[in-house]
Design a protein around this ligand. Structure first.
Ligand SMILES: Nc1ncnc2c1ncn2[C@@H]1O[C@H](COP(=O)(O)OP(=O)(O)O)[C@@H](O)[C@H]1O
Ligand SMILES: [Mg+2]
Length: 281
């Protein structure tokens, strides 16, 4: 009897938390008059953002041209990942707007907006399930076996996947095997290949990757960013040198932008960061 009461108590606690989540309001569009998104220049205009009392951006203005690579650099905690959250519209800016091909984010349906972006995050969480399910997660259309294999070859993960006895049916997560950080990121890159969106947001892994893994990822990304507008949070100089535009973020906003050669001459913070070679998260 006493044991039974204990489990009822703990179930009661968890149930409350589950119901709190179920009671969360759905994300809604802010506006009833919605336009179709179209591909073009992405522009952040007078963007301000804070988490509660904590100010992150005062007034960000930035233009990202189609089919270019923009690298974001800056010390840990300045808001690089937050900028991605704003682009994905996980949060709304407190002021300003994001323009896509001249149309305000406020006038574009949230789902359609997000279908323009792929996001390869820093830690690339893996879900419990097969490798195949992880690669196709969140993709709305039917995906053929050949497509999955092609994407995996381009993402440099086909080889390690087929080295498992169950191949693409290998179970990952709680009851299955664990992948290394580099392997997880390549699974995530394979998913981005399948999504094939015009914009790619890439938060480079900071976890120490061995050189081999780093090269594998670098080649996979070279394949992926071809003909895409890429924004990358860069921690390695190698990623930045060929970027069309580098944006240096500092407390509260943008401290400078330009190419590597321009910034190395003119921007103190950039000089400092690039002297550290492997830049901070
Ligand atoms: N959901 C959140 N709620 C409150 N503060 C947050 C949240 N996410 C990030 N922060 C804080 O905002 C700042 C910027 O975070 P982040 O964008 O992750 O920085 P970066 O990616 O440049 O290291 C940090 O100080 C961080 O602690
Ligand atoms: Mg970050």
């Amino acid at each position: 009897m006493s044991r039974f009461i204990t489990s009822v108590q703990s179930a009661k606690g968890s149930t409350e938390r589950i119901f709190n989540i179920l009671d969360e309001e759905d994300e809604k569009n802010k506006n009833d008059f919605l336009e179709e998104p179209s591909f073009g220049t992405l522009e952040l205009k007078d963007i301000g953002f804070a988490y509660g009392e904590k100010n992150i951006f005062e007034n960000i203005n930035l233009k990202i041209m189609p089919n270019t690579v923009t690298a974001l650099v800056g010390p840990s905690g300045v808001g690089k990942t937050t900028l991605f959250y704003l682009l994905e519209r996980f949060y709304d800016p407190l002021k300003g707007e994001i323009l896509l091909d001249g149309k305000s984010h406020l006038n574009i349906d949230l789902d359609k907006w997000r279908s323009m972006f792929s996001y390869v995050s820093q830690d690339c969480p893996i879900l419990a399930g097969t490798i195949r399910e992880n690669i196709t997660y969140g993709i709305q259309r039917e995906v053929s076996k050949d497509e999955i294999i092609n994407a995996s070859i381009l993402a440099n993960c086909h080889e390690f996947i087929t080295s498992f006895s169950d191949g693409y049916d290998t179970i990952l997560g709680e009851r299955g095997i664990n992948l290394s950080g580099g392997q997880k990121q390549r699974i995530s890159i394979a998913r981005a290949f399948l999504r094939d969106t015009p914009f790619l947001l890439l938060d480079e892994a900071t976890a120490n990757l061995d050189t081999n893994s780093e090269n594998m990822i670098k080649h996979a990304l070279d394949n992926l960013i071809y003909k895409k507008t890429t924004i990358v949070i860069a921690h390695r100089i190698s990623t930045i040198q060929n970027a069309d535009q580098i944006v240096v973020l500092d407390q509260g906003g943008i401290s400078g932008f330009g190419t590597h050669d321009q910034l190395i001459k003119s921007n103190k913070l950039y000089q400092l960061l690039s002297n550290q070679q492997k830049m901070t998260s």
